[in-house]
Design a protein around this ligand. Sequence first.
Ligand code: PEP
Ligand code: MG
Length: 759
Amino acid sequence: MLETLRKIVQEVNSAPDLESVLDVIVRRVQRAIRTDVCSIYLLDQARERYVLMATQGLNRKSVGQVSLSLDEGIVGMVGQRAEPINLENAAAHSAFTYLKGTGERKFHAFLGVPIIHHRVLLGVLVVQQKLIRKFDEAEEAFMVTISAQLAGVIAHAEATGSINRISEQDKTESDRKFEGVSGCIGVAIGPAVVMTPLADLDGVPDRRVDDVKAEVSKFKSALSQVRRDIKKVGRSLAKRLRSEERELFDVYIRMLDDNALGGEVIARIKEGSWAQGALKQVIGEHVKQFSLMDDPYLRERATDIKDLGRRMLTCLQESGPALSEIEFPENTILVADELTPAMLGEVPTEKLIGLLSVNGSGNSHAAILARSMGIPTVMGVVDLPYTRIEGLNIILDGYSGRVFVNPSEDLSQCYQDILREENEVNAGLEGLKDLPAETTDGYRMPLWVNTGLITDVARSLERGAEGIGLYRTEIPFMIRDFFPSEQDQTDTYRKQLEAFAPRPVTMRTLDIGGDKPLPYFPIVEDNPFLGWRGIRVTLDHPEIFIVQIRAMLRAAEGLDNLRIMLPMVTNVQEVDESKRLIEQAVEELREEGYTINQPLIGVMIEVPAAVYQVRRFARRVDFISVGSNDLTQYLLAVDRNNPRVAGLYVSYHPAVLKALQFIALEAHKENVSVSICGEMASDPGGAILLMAMGYDVLSMNATNLPKVKFALRGISFEQARELLSQIIVMDNVDKIHMKLRQTLQELGLGQLTRPTIPD
Ligand code: PEP
Ligand code: MG
């Protein structure tokens, strides 16, 4: 059965459009379980009806013609119950509705299973048989498995179909909506520009060209280049290879001929596609054909074709204009399969208004950077056929995490209004810069910022930041090709320290691993967030740690505003060891003649183990800072990067709130200052609760600092304490959100809550 399943899934995956996807499913499933009928009914959301979309065994003329309402027939029952229904004689069931024109009267046995993708019902897969008999357990299990496996493919094919209808001339589809999660609040309206990772064929967007001749010649020179490369590799390995292995190189070269792959690509270019897109299509089709073959040797050839495709793509990309030469349109919305911090720097800032990532979630580091830059961002739009949307107009709603492709005039107008309101709110907040974050009853709350890029510094100072609560030192490491030298690091750190002096600057030691790999220091693990990350890496590499500490200390010479912070600490030994290395660096530098003052040292509370040792840590360090982004991920066992579970990553989860309150109380028992530098402090509602819990400093992204200040200036400390006492006993996250929103509105801070957006 497993082999049959594998083949069906592969064949379905290679079908070019929704119609063929459904057709393959009904044909193959009918054959696999030797039944008389297999049909698929898809749910048409707009009409609220199940429509017969494909069948093998019923009258084909009824495809697209017959439909059922949501509560009609056994198909309706399968959908409502969201479980399989297996009947030996469907006609005898009270819910049975005969679908005229289908010819189903002669069939008795009925098995329907729902097709569900990410909790959304897409339709119902049905098999029927003339005999009066129940489908057996193995058949039922097979149907459930196939439906679960194919739901994603069907959802993707549906989405691609609707996008294709937009790309075609008639533009029939509008307001096509895709769901993701918020990465940075705000609204952006503009054309999509898809960023292709290098040598990734699947990520190549569809694009049309006018100058076909130039495109063909570009492709031909890429072909010659690849031919030359292959010949060269073949020659250099000739002595070490057997003759049949050497022949493989000739096979490769023949595949590139005009009457083979090369010719097929050129034919596609002549139809108007750009060379990279034509190459992607041709290679994709061949790879699929080979993957479907029974013979394992021939199946393996798919790898060769993929490799050839990648080589040709690399040549094409290298011969194309460099990213820096590309003319980006005004109001660019950058789209990527996986947005990385490095990509954010590729588009000129004045043109970039929005970011959209198919993978990742609101707590991925790319999203955190986007927030610090204030660019509306949506993450984890997993069903978006992103390679098909190049150049299409998009509304990106960073409040709700939704994306609309080809929006209608009405919807665009609605979002234009929200944009206008947003600008008014921001303009109103500008006057707060020099005012303190002081509650209406005189409680003063220091507001610091999180930084990573040098551009953050100017923005932070403009917005009235009183210190840096988290400088993510790994960011300058991430945008280089090798470890920066001690002098390089000293120069970079000095800029942050100098710009803020005499205000404090908290530098976190290198926090790599998890979702922050360094291109030149790959860490490959099955469970990166539970693996080698943060302090674990740097303690294993004292040569990296000490160089970084020396650079920090040298950079702070004469300024005296450095605080050093240790990430991902789980036990006191890590703190003791780090302190010993810091001490060593201080001593060394003093011996070398530098005037070094002892910096303040702190630890981050980011894992549950640290929560229960706050007092032990507090006795060893000068300050405690909570990394609520990681703490939430580890407390709730939710990968902060995984869009599938993004809905479970809840900052206001009762367990998270309890832990945050506990940490503040425990740190204060040892008279140690406690701050928070996770994203929760950037949310006006979160900031109010954290102030009430007793946090001494809130550190946040510069974008949100004025909003947080506005919120704190609009509430009394007493009111905040009262709000916390009500929220901390609640057990329902939705009610907590509602209570926060309602309180902000009652205090006249309603403009800080999410704007109301049409559904
Ligand atoms: C955190 O985990 O809350 C934190 C501030 O660190 P980062 O987001 O960089 O992991
Ligand atoms: Mg962290």
